[in-house]
Design a protein around this ligand. Structure first.
Ligand code: PLP
Length: 362
C-alpha cells in the first residue's frame, strides 16, 4: 500500500524550540527566554490596534503601501524595495523558497539562528553549516564553503545567541567575495540595539544580491503580532512578492506596525535602557565568574565553566521565577542566554545569581 509522501527535506526538519514561558508552581514568572521587549508594546501601537478593531471585517491591504511608506520615511529607504512578512521569518522563507530547491545549498554559520536549517529543508535544499571563530562569524570560512550549488548565505549580525557582531567592513568583504548569483541575507533582528552599525542597509541598497531583514518582534515589542520586513534590489523583491500571499498580514497587525515604526522616540528610549542594563548585567555576570562576550543585542550569553554549573545556575534562576534560555542546540552546552530586562528585572537576575554563588560557598 502506498501512503502520501512528503516532499524532499520535510522529514529532516527538527521542530523549532521556542522559549519556555511557564514554571510549575511559580506565579510571578519573569520570562527572559525570548528576547522580548521588557517595556511591552509601544502605546501608539496599542492605540492603533484598538482603532483597527472596528475595521477587522475588512480585508487588509495587499500591497502594504502605508506600512512600507512609513518604513521608507523612518529608515530612509525606497518603499518599492521593501517587502513585509509574517515576522521576518516569513521574509526569510520567501528567499529560500523563491531562490533554492533540491540539489542547492544554503549556508548558515555554526551558532546561527535555528530557523535557517528549518527553512532550508522546507524548500528541499541542503543546509551547510560553517564554523565560527570564538563565537564570531568567520567570513573566510563562509567564502571557503561556497560551491557552484550555493544559492543563499544567512548571516545574523549581531548574532543570536552570541550577541557578537562583525564589523560592517567584514560584511562588505563577504559580499565582495560571493558570486553575484548568491544571495547574502543579512538578518538584522537586533540591529536597533547595535550602536554604530547600519545593519546591512547600505549594502542592500547598492548590491543586487544582498537582502537585509528586520523585525517588529524585538525592539518594537510586537512579537505576538508577527510582522517583519526585508529590503533589497527591486528585481529580487519582485520575485519574492510573487510567492507572498496577498493577505499575509492582518489589518490590525499592519496598523500597529505602522504606528510602532513611526514612534522613533520610543524605539530610541528602549535602545538606551537596553544598553544601560546590558552593560550592568554583563559586568555582574563576569564578576560572578560567568564568562560573557560584549553583546550588541538585547540579551547576554553567559558561559558557565561546565554543564553542571550551567544546570545549577539555571536552577537557581528558575527557583526565583526567572526563565532563561539554554542554547545547547546552538553549540553551547554550558551557555545560558538571558534577555536584558528593565532595571528591576536585571536587579532580580543579578540578585538570584549572587545568592546562588553565596550559597555554594557557605
Ligand atoms: C527573533 C529573531 C528573528 C525575528 O523573527 P520574527 O519572525 O520576525 O519574529 C529573526 N532572526 C533572528 C536571528 C532572531 O533572533
Amino acid at each position: 500500500m502506498t501512503t502520501p509522501t512528503p516532499q524532499p527535506g520535510i522529514m529532516e526538519i527538527a521542530l523549532y524550540q521556542g522559549g519556555q514561558s511557564h514554571l510549575a508552581g511559580v506565579r510571578d514568572v519573569l520570562k527572559l527566554s525570548s528576547n522580548e521587549n521588557p517595556a511591552g508594546p509601544p502605546p501608539a501601537a496599542i492605540a492603533a490596534l484598538q482603532d483597527a478593531a472596528t475595521r477587522m471585517h475588512l480585508y487588509p491591504s495587499t500591497d502594504h503601501a502605508p506600512l512600507r511608506a512609513a518604513i521608507g520615511e523612518v529608515w530612509g529607504v525606497d518603499p518599492d524595495r521593501v517587502i513585509c512578512g509574517v515576522g521576518s521569518d516569513e521574509v526569510l522563507q520567501f528567499v529560500t523558497q523563491a531562490f533554492a530547491g533540491p540539489g542547492d545549498e544554503i549556508i548558515h554559520t555554526e551558532h546561527g539562528f535555528s530557523m535557517y536549517p528549518i527553512l532550508t529543508h522546507m524548500c528541499g535544499a541542503t543546509p551547510v553549516r560553517v564554523p565560527e571563530r570564538e563565537r564570531m562569524v568567520d567570513v573566510d570560512a563562509i567564502l571557503d564553503a561556497v560551491t557552484e550549488r550555493t544559492r543563499v548565505v544567512f548571516l545574523t549580525n549581531p548574532g543570536n545567541p552570541t550577541g557578537t557582531r562583525i564589523p560592517d567592513a567584514d560584511i562588505v568583504r563577504l559580499a565582495d567575495g560571493l558570486p553575484t548569483s548568491v544571495i547574502l541575507v543579512i538578518d538584522g533582528a537586533y540591529t536597533e540595539y547595535s550602536d554604530g552599525s547600519d545593519g546591512g542597509l547600505s549594502l542592500a541598497e547598492t548590491r543586487d544580491n544582498v537582502l537585509m531583514t528586520r523585525t517588529f518582534s524585538k525592539i518594537y515589542g510586537l512579537g505576538g503580532l508577527r510582522v517583519g520586513w526585508g529590503y533589497g534590489a527591486r528585481a529580487m523583491i519582485d520575485v519574492m512578492t510573487r510567492i507572498r500571499q496577498p493577505f499575509n498580514l492582518s489589518l490590525p497587525a499592519l496598523a500597529a506596525a505602522e504606528a510602532a515604526v513611526r514612534d522613533v522616540a520610543w524605539r530610541d528610549r528602549c535602545a538606551t535602557v537596553n544598553a544601560e542594563q546590558r552593560a550592568r548585567l554583563t559586568g555582574a555576570l563576569r564578576q560572578l565568574g560567568l564568562a560573557c562576550d560584549e553583546s550588541h543585542a538585547n540579551f547576554v550569553l553567559a558561559r558557565a565553566a561546565s554543564v553542571d554549573e550551567a544546570d545549577a545556575a539555571e536552577a537557581a534562576l528558575n527557583a526565583d521565577g526567572i526563565i532563561v534560555r539554554r542554547v545547547v542546540g546552538y553549540g553551547f552546552p554550558t551557555g545560558i542566554r538571558i534577555t536584558v530586562g528593565d532595571a528591576a528585572q536585571t536587579g532580580r537576575v543579578i540578585a538570584a545569581l549572587t545568592r546562588w554563588r553565596e550559597e555554594a560557598v557557605a
